[in-house]
Design a protein around this ligand. Structure first.
Ligand SMILES: [Zn+2]
Length: 349
């Protein structure tokens, strides 16, 4: 098993504290390049900006395995300057507008601090109390004219925190996947050639992963991401049956989501691996949502693909919560799986 402790949590903290809104992933890319270069046989940054790193195993019958994690996070783009330090913005990726009022953001490369402002409660009337504020009624206020430009990205200004068994941070989706790939890249078993795709633009349509899969042309692929845990008690006291995943039950293995029927050989293989190695895991409830697997599986002539995610609560919001142990077990499950891969795994039965 790869070592797991403070060094891994520090790496995750660095990755979570930088901002990388889809299409502008440079801050994460810088860290990834630094971390993988010493171990890689080949590293390139493709035309879209994904980092594609290859490390060869030393065994005789090696399987070419693509691991994917997306570098980008949801956020905002400045689209108009109203003067007086006020900027109109659009959401990049799936954002619930109800999360936004009163939140602090950083704008642009200079990380100009700002706040997402709206009408104060004292001055509201009628249905303004209950109605969802439309996005175009909100502004990012940086307090001073000329501090932002149209096209600048803005992201949540949340700092990573470790609290007992938990991690509180923005963009756990999918920096926790990026950190996982870096750890697996460092601890490569000899029976595989690892093709690591740190991909761009997942949040706006799985774009980087598609190109990465075509470049690597792997024998199989695993998308490593973070999936919502909708595991809070229900307000009426009835049992919550649609939790997607729950915190604390270990890595979530996908069977089916909105864009992928995951390769049944690989789903079975991950379950068998977890059971043989006594690593806790859960099956993500089949349903909507999706990961880069949706693009990878349908690339080229089709690629056997599965998804594994670390569960987290409050996805795509200014602060999400995940459990340290779920992450540790995810790294361990993937490492154990990589070690057990043989070319026979992919023979159709
Ligand atoms: Zn994600």
């Amino acid at each position: 098993m790869p070592t797991f402790g403070n060094a891994q949590l520090k790496l995750l903290e660095r990755l979570c504290n930088v901002i990388a809104i889809s299409g502008d992933e440079s801050e994460v890319r810088k860290i990834v390049l630094e971390e993988v270069k010493p171990y890689a046989d080949e590293v390139r940054v493709d035309a879209l900006g994904s980092v594609l790193a290859t490390r060869q195993g030393r065994g005789r019958k090696r399987t070419r395995v693509m691991l994917d994690a997306h570098m980008d996070e949801v956020g905002f783009m400045i689209v108009d300057d109203d003067g007086d330090g006020l900027y109109r913005f659009e959401a990049i990726g799936g954002i619930d507008v109800r999360h936004l009022v009163g939140k602090q953001v950083f704008v642009g490369k200079e990380r100009t601090p700002g706040v997402i402002g709206a009408k104060p409660i004292h001055l509201m009337s009628g249905d303004e109390y209950t109605r969802k504020v439309p996005l175009d009624a909100l502004r990012i206020d940086v307090g001073l004219s000329g501090k932002a430009k149209i096209g600048d990205r803005a992201g949540f200004a949340t700092r990573f925190r470790r609290v007992g068994p938990s991690i509180l941070s923005k963009s756990i989706d999918d920096r926790i996947g990026v950190a996982t790939l870096i750890e697996l890249f460092r601890n490569l078993p000899p029976n595989i050639d690892l093709c690591a795709a740190f991909s761009v633009q997942e949040e706006i349509g799985l774009r980087g992963a598609k190109v990465a899969a075509q470049y690597f042309n792997p024998d199989m692929a695993i998308a490593v991401d973070s999936t919502p845990a909708n595991d809070l008690p229900l307000h009426d006291g009835s049992e919550n049956m649609s939790y997607n995943t729950k915190l604390g039950l270990g890595p979530a293995v996908y069977i089916a989501d909105g864009s992928t029927l995951h390769d049944p050989r690989l789903v079975r293989f991950l379950r068998e691996t977890a059971e043989a190695e006594k690593i806790p895991y859960q099956i993500r409830q089949p349903g909507g949502g999706g990961t880069d697997s949706g693009a990878i599986q349908r690339s080229l002539a089709g690629i056997p693909t599965v998804s594994v995610s670390v569960p987290h609560r409050y996805t795509h919001s200014p602060v999400s919560i995940a459990r340290v142990d779920d992450w540790k077990h995810t790294i361990n499950l993937l490492h154990a799986a990589l070690k057990r891969i043989t070319p026979e795994l992919l023979i159709l039965r």
